[in-house]
Design a protein around this ligand. Structure first.
Ligand code: ADP
Length: 926
């Protein structure tokens, strides 16, 4: 954190001279010295001095000067009405924002109004709807290390997020807790190795993190705002107490995990908003543990009361889920559109998202992020999807119903934090009203999963009825102006509103009555917000005005009057109205508290609706795009006519491909020219497993799959420019991770290993990697490579087989078929592709020539025969460089190729080259 955020030294020096307001400001700055303090002055949040300059710059607002007894200083203010968008900018610039609101009514105090920090807005603890994209989770993480010393500086943490460096074995155990403040989702896990922690971080991609005393901050990636936090919050005893206060005794044995959880809760409390209806704004009753906000509470508000929107803690063992680290998530393009190559705008989650509500969309994310390993659980999900895929009516009915479901997860969290409006409660009501219909729709469901879901749907009838009785149908947005509570909900309220109504009715009748009494036909009764009720008489009629009329206002052509009776009635109305408005607010808060009591049930309901939504979404996609139910838990990986779930949507004609791996043949070397479809194929194989284990059907004609414990990817160049490491270094770091952590049950995708170094180096590394994975790991592997020599390894290692992408040549041109076939590809299509792309003929020819030269000296060792996996389709790679370089390893060089090689392009003039080219073309045409 930027230490200079606090009270500017210059001002602090003159402390004794400060005006009371500025003294208050600096006091808050000191207390919240890790945040930018926004200080309410009337309708604005102000920052002063250096902070003002910062705010003005970041928010692009005007910097003004202010002068008081201490001299002149800078000041900048953002309008409270529009504060969220400015706060967002400050967050984006890496600041925490402490919002200090006026906590006294300026009209009721003499002297300076008291202010207190009501919330600390940080990237990971956002709750304000407008700052969050509704479909995404937003996590704040907390990491602790229990290892002896745990000195982060000695650890090798140079890693690409998910990839492991050599380090990370010794300094655990580590504890990791994650919380989405906006939904209350809370996870905890532990690991002995930093690698595993990094993998989990890759999975959740927290926006913010706090770290314990010995925990390494550099395991978080650059997008995550990391800061140390109050040591005391990590104290084991305190942390345990806090965790138990929220979740009960969970029997958490793991100290690091407990400390992570406890500290995270403390931090969440610290950033929590005030609780206006409890009147404890700014009361940081957790301060004795939690840090900067150390104004200890005096009204004994229960610590846990303000955070009870937190869902039951999900403790999970990473080993229960397929591991997808950051590298894998990115290269498989699961969530992050930024990572998507080319102009394809779809990510996997987009392609699969037919969810009807935000609850479902977040659940879909969660399931894709954490695919299951347990065959029974996977099959249970598939059962539900199968039933819904087969029943269009049920599927569509459910989708329509779920369409009316509000984001009750976030909504109930606002209820519990005392921030929900009457409209929020009405939205909750409307969602609850859908539940019986959902139950009815599922009445005939057969699959155990859907039956179980239906049986546990809690319509929360009591809560729904309470809201319906209490809250008006179309309530006011404002909570203090009335118009939110049904008058009949409360006797006193009913009486007050009746008084108000009667008073108004009396006034309504007044006009006719007074016209009759005075004989003035044009007499009018009206109302203005400033002057209240009046009787208006035009000037010509003033003579007829009775004695009891008192003049209130003179207008151009008329006078306005009141009568004592009218005044009395008016007072009565105002009194009743004021009292009724206050009472409505009180009643509303009470209802809100009652609803908050039921948070847990609402969350359980939200979870079930979310799951149902994902099932329906999976089923819609399956039906629409012709997916099939995979059998998960097979011994082999067998996919017939598989497709890439995203590419198939963007490609006019997608060519399906088979995949087959078993114990005997588990390592495929995939060759073929650029753009022939290698990466697509490899990703498609991995995505099939991800989808299947997440519970979805898969894009294929048939699929039998093993349970994959983890997908490793080393795909494409992911330059870590910000991290200051070369592509090659990143590549090798990722590779090291794969080689140390992959198991027999893993799926490994390697694309062009060793490309970032010299050919000889790269080839050597590629070969060694292949041998290691083959001999020591036994993981199902797809290895796409340009090192054609690698195809020969199939002869030496029994588990290795070759696959290649077919290309079609017509008229000497290459066309991509995107069709995978057994055996190795011809040596190199690179030059043909260059030609295809319109590279000038001279260059193409010269490349051929050079390839001929370098090809022959580089391959000192004759390439061995490469056997395709399918013995019936053995493909021979010729053993002499000459032949191989001239047009494909599986056939002798053609006439044309011999002629080409004979051309000495280096000494030719362009004209000679053109002629030679024409001649070649002619010979082809013949
Ligand atoms: P490579 O990895 O061999 O360079 P890619 O997998 O990136 O090739 O594929 C190149 C392009 O070809 C992709 O952008 C994709 O749109 C298209 N493509 C790949 N596989 C198929 C397929 N099976 N059917 C149709 N088009 C495909």
């Amino acid at each position: 954190m930027d230490a200079a955020l606090g009270a500017p030294a210059k001002m602090a020096e003159r402390e004794e001279d400060l005006t009371p307001m500025m003294a208050q400001y600096f006091e808050l700055c000191r207390e919240y010295d890790d945040s930018l303090v926004l200080f309410q002055v009337g309708d604005f949040y102000e920052a002063f001095c250096e902070a003002a300059e910062r705010v003005a710059r970041i928010c692009e607002i005007t910097l003004t000067k202010r002068e008081d007894s201490t001299g002149e200083y800078a000041m900048s203010g953002i309008p409270i009405d529009n504060a969220e968008s400015y706060i967002e900018r400050l967050l984006e610039s890496g600041y925490r924002v402490a919002v200090a609101d006026q906590v006294e009514d300026p009209d009721e105090v003499s002297g300076v109004v008291d202010r207190a920090v009501t919330r600390v807005v940080t990237p990971g603890t956002l709750t304000e709807d407008e700052l969050l994209r509704s479909a995404d989770n937003n996590y704040v993480a907390c990491l602790t290390a229990d290892g002896p010393g745990g000195d982060a500086s000695t650890r090798d943490t140079s890693r690409a997020g998910g990839g492991a460096g050599a380090g990370g074995d010794g300094d655990g155990p580590y504890g990791l807790a994650l919380l989405d403040v906006s939904t209350g989702d809370c996870y905890a896990t532990g690991a002995d190795r930093l690698d595993s922690i990094a993998d989990e971080l890759g999975r959740f991609a927290p926006a913010e993190a706090i770290v314990g005393p010995a925990a390494p901050a550099d395991v978080f990636d650059g997008d995550c705002m990391v800061s140390p936090y109050e040591r005391t919050a990590f104290d084991a005893e305190r942390a345990r107490e806090r965790v138990e206060a929220y979740f009960g005794d969970l029997g958490l044995a793991d100290e690091a995990e407990v400390r992570a959880c406890g500290a995270l809760l403390a931090y969440a409390e610290y950033t929590r908003g005030g609780n206006p209806d409890a009147g404890d704004i700014g009361d940081d009753s957790t301060a004795e543990v939690a840090g900067p906000g150390s104004t200890a509470g005096d009204d004994g508000v229960d610590d846990t009361a303000t955070l009870d929107y937190i869902n039951p803690l999900t403790r999970y063992d990473p080993r229960e889920y397929m591991l997808l680290d950051r590298v894998a998530l990115e290269s498989l393009e699961l969530f992050d559109r930024r990572a998507v190559h080319g102009d394809r705008a779809l990510t996997l989650v987009d392609a699969l998202d037919e969810t009807a509500c935000a609850l479902g969309r977040r659940k879909l994310d969660d399931w894709l992020r954490r695919p299951l390993l347990d065959e029974d659980r996977i099959a249970a999900r598939h059962d539900a999807v199968a039933e819904l895929t087969g029943d269009v009516t049920l599927r569509e009915d459910l989708h329509d119903l779920l369409d009316d479901v509000y984001d009750i997860e976030r909504l109930i969290s606002r209820v519990a934090r005392g921030r929900a409006t009457a409209r929020d409660l009405r939205s909750l009501h409307d969602t609850l009203a859908v539940v019986p219909d959902v139950e009815a729709a599922l009445a005939d469901a057969d699959s155990a999963t859907l039956v179980e879901l239906r049986e546990h749907l809690d319509p929360l009838t009591d809560v729904r009825e309470l809201i319906d009785e209490a809250i008006q149908r179309d309530p006011d947005a404002d909570l203090t102006e009335g118009g939110i509570v049904e008058p009949d909900f409360d006797e006193e309220l009913a009486e007050l509103r009746a008084t108000e109504r009667e008073g108004k009715a009396w006034i309504d009748d007044l006009e006719a009555g007074e016209r009759e009494r005075t004989g003035i036909d044009s007499l009018k009764v009206g109302h203005t917000s400033v002057h209240g009720y009046y009787i208006e008489v035009t000037d010509p009629n003033l003579d007829s005005v009775p004695d009891d009329y008192q003049r209130r206002q003179t207008l151009k052509n008329s006078e306005r009057f009141v009568t004592p009776e009218l005044r009395e009635r008016e007072d009565e109305i105002i009194r009743a109205e004021d009292r009724a408005d206050d009472l409505e607010y009180e009643l509303f808060c009470a209802v809100r508290r009652d609803v908050a009591e039921e948070s847990e049930r609402v969350q359980a309901l939200a979870d079930r609706l979310a799951r149902l939504d994902v099932f329906v979404s999976f089923a819609s996609v399956a039906a629409k795009f012709d997916y099939t139910r995979p059998a998960v838990g097979a011994d082999e990986f067998e996919v017939a006519a598989g497709r890439h779930p995203v590419v198939e949507r963007t490609e006019e004609r997608f060519v399906p491909n088979d995949a087959h791996f078993d114990d005997e043949h588990f390592f495929a070397v995939v060759t073929g020219p650029n753009m022939s479809g290698k990466s697509t194929y490899m990703r498609q194989v991995a995505l099939t497993s991800v989808l299947a284990q997440a519970g979805s059907f898969v894009p294929a004609a048939e699929a039998r799959l093993p349970v994959v414990d983890r997908v490793f990817t080393r795909v494409g160049a992911s330059d870590d420019i910000a991290g200051g490491r070369s592509t090659f270094m990143v590549e090798m770091t990722e590779l090291a991770d794969i080689l140390t952590n992959a198991t027999e049950d893993s799926l490994v995708l390697l694309d062009e290993v060793g490309r970032g170094t010299s050919t000889a180096d790269g080839l050597a590394i590629a070969r060694a990697v292949t041998e290691h994975v083959h001999d020591e790991v036994g993981a199902t592997t797809l290895f796409a490579t340009h090192h054609h020599e690698l195809t020969a390894i199939a002869d030496d290692l029994s588990g290795v087989f070759n696959l290649h992408f077919e290309t079609e040549r017509t008229d000497g041109e290459v066309a991509f078929e995107h069709e995978v076939a057994p055996g190795a590809a011809a040596a190199s299509y690179g030059i043909e592709v260059a030609k295809l792309a319109g590279v000038p003929a001279e260059v193409v020819d010269r490349s051929r020539e050079l390839l001929g030269e370098s090809g022959s000296d580089e391959r000192g060792e004759p390439a061995a025969d490469a056997n395709g996996y399918d013995p019936g389709e053995n493909v021979r790679v010729s053993s002499t460089a000459d032949e191989e370089t001239r047009g494909g390893g599986d056939r002798p060089a053609s006439d044309l190729e011999r002629k080409l090689v004979a051309l000495d392009v280096a000494t030719m003039t362009p004209l000679e080259a053109m002629n030679a080219l024409a001649e070649l073309k002619e010979s082809l045409d013949e």
